[in-house]
Each structure stands twice: as C-alpha cells, then as structure tokens.
Design a protein around this ligand. Structure first.
Ligand SMILES: [Zn+2]
Length: 178
C-alpha cells in the first residue's frame, strides 16, 4: 500500500472518530429505582480534586460497589469534630441512613492536602497521614458511643490518588492498602 494511501486512511479514521464522538452521547447508567437500602454510609470531604479518586475506589471496591450512601463535609473526620452543628447534621444523617437504608457500616474517607485541616489546625501543609489517623480514631469513638452497632473504617487518599486504610474496626493505625 502506498504511503499516501495509509496517511489518507489514518486521517479518515481520525475524522470518523471525532464525528462519532459528537453523534453518540455518553451512555447513561441504568437506574435501579427499586433498589432498597445501602450497606455503608461514606463520609468524605467536599474537595473537588479528590472526587474522581473517591468514586473510582468506591466503584471498584468489591464490598461496597454502588452500594453506599454519601455524605460530604469539609474536612470529613475533622469536620464532624469542628463544631456541634456539623456533628449534629452528620449524626442525624447516620440515623436516617440506619432507619431508611439499614446501613451496617460507616466509612470515613479523608484526604491529604486538605484545606479544612490546614485552616483548622493552622498547618502550612497537610501531608502527615498520622494526623488524619488521630481524627479518624476520635470519630470512630464518637460514633461508637452513639451507634455501637455500626462498624467503622477510616481511610485517607494521598496526593497521588492512592487510598490507604488507617483505622479498621478492630485494628487502628494499620495503614493497609485497600
Ligand atoms: Zn478536604
């Protein structure tokens, strides 16, 4: 085949690909309107830089998949401990999630380089996951006092997008990768 023919075919493929991209809309996920309940309530921070990473980890987790409620609060674990109003709002949602969706676990997903952590704790940087481990453990204890039947797991997403588990139900500060 002549070189000019190969180039022409390549150009045709590129143009066709671009045209199809405009013509075929993104596929909408199928909505299961009859689905009842969720196994986990996930608490995360509002930071938009980590939304895709959080979504990726939750979607690919065999235990939770699409089966979770989501509550977002600036600072996640720290946010609940920031003031009584935020704690009340979160605890009210935990009660609703228990009553309506019959959740059995709460997962809190913090992230490093968190603006709320830096602001609240007056830190220049937020790259020490052990600081998050402390607040995740405090949150676990707060939740256990109010909702002893719920299991708790605490995670942090690092600045490279990797997720690490810092607080498990029975073992803390383990930093085991999910
Ligand atoms: Zn944050």
């Amino acid at each position: 085949m002549k070189q000019s023919t190969v180039i022409l075919l390549c150009l045709l493929c590129i143009v066709t690909g671009i045209a199809l991209g405009y013509l075929i809309p993104d596929t909408m996920p199928v909505l299961d309107i009859h689905k009842k309940g969720a196994s986990v309530l996930v608490l995360s921070c509002i930071d938009p830089r980590f939304i895709e990473s959080l979504s990726f980890h939750l979607m690919h987790n065999k235990q939770v998949g699409h089966d979770y409620d989501l509550f977002t609060l600036a600072g996640a674990s720290l946010g609940v401990q920031w003031n009584e109003k935020w704690k009340e709002a979160f605890f009210d949602h935990v009660r609703i999630a228990i009553n309506i969706h019959n959740i059995k676990e709460i997962w809190c997903v913090d992230h490093l380089d968190c603006g709320m952590y830096k602001l609240s704790l007056e830190m220049e940087s937020d790259l020490d996951s052990q600081i998050h481990a402390k607040y995740l453990l405090n949150l676990k204890q707060l939740l256990k006092a109010e909702f002893p039947e719920l299991l708790f797991r605490g995670f942090v997403i690092e600045t490279d997008g990797l997720l690490h588990e810092l607080v498990q139900e029975s073992v803390s500060f383990s930093k085991a990768a999910l």
